[in-house]
Design a protein around this ligand. Structure first.
Ligand SMILES: Nc1nc2c(ncn2[C@@H]2O[C@H](COP(=O)(O)OP(=O)(O)O)[C@@H](O)[C@H]2O)c(=O)[nH]1
Ligand SMILES: [Mg+2]
Length: 356
């Protein structure tokens, strides 16, 4: 056994081989691999719908290396004129409601009718729990194999803002690569719904039967953002209850103020597992697009979103630049100490730091 191990030809099945290889060499190769593609070649291949070029460009967008970011910016600028010809859909709902299962069935429906679908995810918790990504990948197994679908697990980042910016840029890249339906999944917690809402045309909330809003942890704000609510798992013994929940929700939606889009949010039932009611959701979205293109809300919203992202990007860049300055880091610590000793106030300290 010991002798066998020494042979270069021996392959250890199921065992990581990395410790047998020079890790410096690996990182060198990885670096080269990331650096080597020429910007113009990448752009050309992305516009030719080449998935590996698209993936590589997204990796550049997600990188924190300034050189990669510069290359990413050049690619995005070249892609921009080719983007925007898509329908962007945000999907939210509490963990376990069936978002991934829904996207799998919905995505298959879309590719079957000739659409090219890109699925992105915003999950601020994904850097903490890798489990959810793994779970999603297996739930979208058939869609992942579909040549007309592209699934990209969520970018990891230190802040939701960072992840969001990367997702925005990834949308542009996907659109330039010819994907005409972009689906963005978010977990139903925290701020991520607002972020996703600010980058999509249509916002879909998945709900479960029975339980009230409070029980499902859905905030009023999220219901207000929804253009449609689909009650998932409307199958088997659950079907009747789903119909009741639908009527309930319809009643409560009427109490919300009219939307700027002039669209009356719809409630529907579906089963991602049984592929029932899925095509209806797509019909709803088409109705919405038809209405908002006719009343021009569609373009207005996209323009507003662009403005929002401009301000957002400037704000986060300014903040980043400020807090990363060496003098600020040094002086900040001093000022905090002075505040603790009650020798200065937070406002005076802020004024002092901003003036440096
Ligand atoms: N009965 C039924 N179960 C479903 C349906 N959709 C999803 N599920 C199940 O609900 C669980 C959570 O689904 P998943 O797609 O991972 O939810 P996510 O956390 O919202 O992405 C899984 O066990 C699914 O098989 C459905 O339409 N009907
Ligand atoms: Mg999921």
């Amino acid at each position: 056994m010991a002798k066998e191990k020494k042979s270069a030809l021996k392959k250890n099945e199921g065992v990581s081989q990395s410790e047998l290889t020079n890790s410096n060499a690996i990182s060198h190769i990885k670096k080269k691999r990331l650096e080597s593609p020429n910007t113009q070649t990448l752009i050309k291949h992305i516009l030719n719908k080449d998935i590996s070029a698209l993936s590589r460009a997204i990796t550049l967008v997600e990188s924190n290396n300034p050189k990669h970011l510069k290359q990413a910016n050049n690619i995005i600028n070249a892609c921009l004129p080719h983007a925007e010809k898509s329908i962007r859909i945000g999907i939210t709902g509490v963990p376990g409601v069936g978002k991934s299962s829904f996207i799998e069935t919905f995505g298959k429906h879309l590719t079957a009718i000739g659409k090219r679908v890109a699925v992105l995810a915003i999950d601020p918790s994904s850097s903490l729990s890798k489990g959810s990504i793994l779970g999603d990948k297996t739930r979208m197994e058939t869609l992942a194999k579909d040549p007309n679908a592209f699934i990209r697990p969520s970018a990891t980042g230190t802040t939701l803002g960072g992840v969001a910016r990367k997702t925005r840029e990834t949308i542009t890249l996907c659109e330039a690569a010819g994907y005409n339906v972009i689906i963005i999944e978010t977990v139903g917690v925290g701020q991520s719904e607002t972020t996703v809402h600010s980058m999509v045309d249509f916002f879909l909330l998945l709900q479960l039967t029975g339980a009230g809003d409070d029980l499902q942890g859905i905030k009023r704000g999220v219901i207000e953002m929804a253009d449609a609510i689909a009650i998932n798992k409307a199958d088997g013994a659950n079907l009747k209850q789903a119909q009741l929940t639908k009527a309930d929700l319809e009643r409560s939606l009427h109490l919300y103020p009219e939307k700027e889009s002039q669209w009356q949010p719809k409630v529907t039932t579906c089963s991602a597992l049984k592929n029932e009611g899925i095509a209806d959701v797509w019909q709803l979205i088409l109705e919405y697009i038809h209405l908002t293109k006719k009343n021009h809300y569609f373009e207005v919203k996209r323009r507003e979103q662009n403005k929002y992202w401009l301000i957002q990007t400037i704000e986060s860049q300014l903040k980043y630049d400020f807090f990363n300055r060496e003098t600020i880091q040094k002086e900040m610590a001093k000022q905090i100490e002075l505040i603790e000793q009650q020798k200065t106030t937070p406002f005076a300290a802020a004024e002092y730091l901003l003036g440096l």
